[in-house]
Design a protein around this ligand. Structure first.
Ligand SMILES: Nc1ncnc2c1ncn2[C@@H]1O[C@H](COP(=O)(O)OP(=O)(O)OP(=O)(O)O)[C@@H](O)[C@H]1O
Ligand SMILES: Nc1ccn([C@@H]2O[C@H](COP(=O)(O)O)[C@@H](O)[C@H]2O)c(=O)n1
Length: 324
């Protein structure tokens, strides 16, 4: 049993512990906040792993209760990162699994994408950084991000090692990004890198989470999981204000709101790959959700889609091999 004073476990640790618990049903328990425990139990159930939920102080204790539907003969590290339906996906040659997360600025896409990627063992790409790096490079060279020739040249010569530069998070880089992002040749230049990342994620990951504006609609239209994360403009401006203020930047909230509305309008009205939910995306409004609640909701939505993808893939795999 988990002691009541044990701190919340990070989701990846809890998941690893529960997967490992398959070797010893009934003995392994992980404690999580209730908002995460329920959706995580659903997700495990989607993988065919039976768990029991019980209150444990302010937390929910999840215990693996029995054998998974497809328990491997011996539990291997490979199985932990590749649940059975992913293997079925590979067998059916459908390639890596992609989780697409789109939405307007500061809606919380990156926060959710990173947590989902960590918890599910997926690689993560913040595609906004590609556009930010392109716009920033034009600015650094003294150019105009709206100039198609300068922007295309910057996109085509982009060195992805600059993507970690903290300067890319400034509002100026965000504004320049949305200007270069409206130029078709820039989007064309950045498309191959994103698709390649989704198709063959780094470090042998079995899939990837990509966040941006057009992941579900253009970059990865066949992604099995598509979330469109949004929140009111005021909520998003306040979140970005707190983020930049805490990072030591001198910022004014009303100015951020004004700039964010202008950027949203530009992103939504451009002629190419505008910011719109893909037809099959699930919309998640996080205006009234804190980070933990938003993650719990995303887990539940992603779990539903993954389960559906798993059964589609399993069916495809069976018809592929002639099984019924
Ligand atoms: N549900 C939430 N409640 C409160 N703050 C949040 C929530 N989700 C994210 N945040 C905070 O809001 C800020 C913006 O979040 P994040 O960077 O994830 O958004 P984003 O959609 O990826 O933004 P961008 O499009 O600019 O890359 C961050 O400081 C993050 O910690
Ligand atoms: N797939 C994408 C991602 C981003 N953009 C543009 O880049 C700007 C900055 O993006 P952030 O996610 O870092 O805020 C954004 O305003 C878009 O103009 C894009 O077009 N497509």
């Amino acid at each position: 049993m988990v002691p009541e004073d044990q701190p919340h476990e990070p989701v990846p640790l809890a998941l690893a512990r529960l997967f490992a618990g398959l070797a010893c049903p009934g003995r392994t328990t992980a404690a999580l906040p209730p908002t995460l425990g329920g959706p995580l139990a659903d997700l495990l159930a989607a993988f065919g792993i039976p768990v029991a939920l019980a209150p444990c102080g302010a937390r929910l204790a999840l215990t693996v209760t029995g054998e998974a539907e497809t328990t491997p003969a011996s539990l291997t590290a490979d199985w932990v990162t590749a649940p059975p339906w992913v293997r079925a996906a590979q067998a059916a040659s459908t390639g890596a699994i992609t989780v697409a997360i789109d939405g307007p600025a500061a809606a919380g896409k990156g926060t959710l994408a990173r947590s989902l990627a960590d918890a599910l063992g997926l690689a993560y790409l913040d595609t906004g950084r590609l556009y930010r790096a392109t716009g920033y490079s034009v600015l650094q060279a003294g150019g105009d991000p709206s100039d198609p020739a300068a922007a295309e040249q910057a996109a085509r010569s982009l060195d992805t090692r600059v993507l970690a530069d903290p300067a890319l998070r400034s509002e100026a880089a965000g504004d320049a990004a949305s200007r270069v992002a409206a130029i078709p040749a820039v989007r064309d230049a950045l498309l191959a890198f994103q698709r390649q990342f989704a198709r063959t994620p780094p470090d042998g990951a079995w899939g990837a989470v990509l966040d941006g504006r057009d992941i579900g609609s253009v970059v990865c239209p066949s992604a099995p999981v598509k979330l469109f994360v949004t929140a009111s403009a005021e909520t998003r401006a306040q979140r970005r204000f707190l983020e930049l203020r805490d990072a030591g930047q001198d910022v004014i909230e009303s100015r951020i709101l004004q700039d964010m509305k202008a950027r949203d309008a530009r992103d939504s009205s451009r002629g190419i790959a505008p910011l719109v939910p893909a037809a099959d995306a699930v919309v998640l409004d996080t205006s009234d959700l804190d980070r933990t609640e938003a993650l719990a909701a995303a887990f539940a939505l992603a779990g539903d889609r993954l389960r559906a993808a798993g059964s589609d893939v399993a069916r495809a795999s069976m018809s592929h091999t002639g099984a019924s």
